[in-house]
Design a protein around this ligand. Structure first.
Ligand code: PRP
Length: 211
């Protein structure tokens, strides 16, 4: 039997994902070992490989077929725009994609003024402002700590993920508009979906049973 390969997102999503997989009988205990520098793990009984990758790389591995399946946030799926199937909402890693900023920026959004928007998600921000709101904005790509941007005057607002809201609160910022809800999804390579249909369907239904 061919080994099925699963790409998992490193970081805060990994532990929750592996917990859910474990409950569904898809065990990969080794991957939970925080001290290991090993990158890929095998479950010989299930004939499966698991590896941890940076979120934005998961859709890439899956599109090219280097992984048959992946688990990644909806934000990353939207931002990467890869040709992959999204087959299941795992209901973990729930958060929201929002426009945020100081209270004073609210009027700039209503007036459709020319503003600067800082974000780690330029594609999502562009789609929202240009296609949903029809507001011309300048998008500035950043790589982290996005909340800094309006504080130091790089942009009027940000487009970012809000989970508990405490990062915004601690920095005097507010959710001004909500773009969409987010959570972790299972994605599948388009060829694998046909070639390994039975095994993938079994896996999906086992996961569905525990969410
Ligand atoms: C994310 C996001 C926010 C924060 C939201 O950043 O970009 O900054 O979490 O969470 P909260 O609403 O619970 O405060 P992350 O910690 O992933 O790091 P980053 O700033 O480097 O992107």
């Amino acid at each position: 039997m061919r080994y099925l390969t699963v790409a998992l997102t490193k970081g805060r999503l990994a532990e929750k994902t592996l917990g859910l997989f474990e409950k569904a009988g898809i065990t990969c205990k080794e991957a939970l070992d925080k001290d290991t520098r090993k990158l890929i793990f095998t479950n010989e009984d299930l004939k499966m490989n698991f590896f941890l990758a940076k979120g934005p790389d998961v859709p890439t591995y899956v599109e090219y077929g280097a992984a048959d399946l992946g688990v990644v946030g909806k934000d990353t799926i939207m931002e990467e725009g890869r040709n992959i199937y999204e087959v299941l909402d795992l209901g973990i890693g729930k958060c929201r994609m929002c426009v945020a900023g100081p209270k004073s920026a609210a009027s700039l959004l209503e007036d459709y003024g020319q503003i600067r928007v800082a974000t780690k998600y330029p594609r999502i921000a562009k789609d929202y402002f240009h296609n949903v709101k029809n507001q011309t904005v300048e998008i500035i790509k950043l790589n982290g700590s996005i909340e800094l941007s309006p504080i130091v005057g790089l942009s009027e607002v940000i487009v970012d993920i809000v989970e508990t809201g405490s990062t915004l609160k601690e920095n005097g910022l507010f959710v001004l508009e909500e773009i969409c809800p987010l959570s972790a999804r299972v994605v599948v390579n388009q060829v694998s979906m046909r070639m390994e249909n039975e095994r993938i369907r079994e896996m999906i239904s086992a996961l569905r049973g525990v969410i």
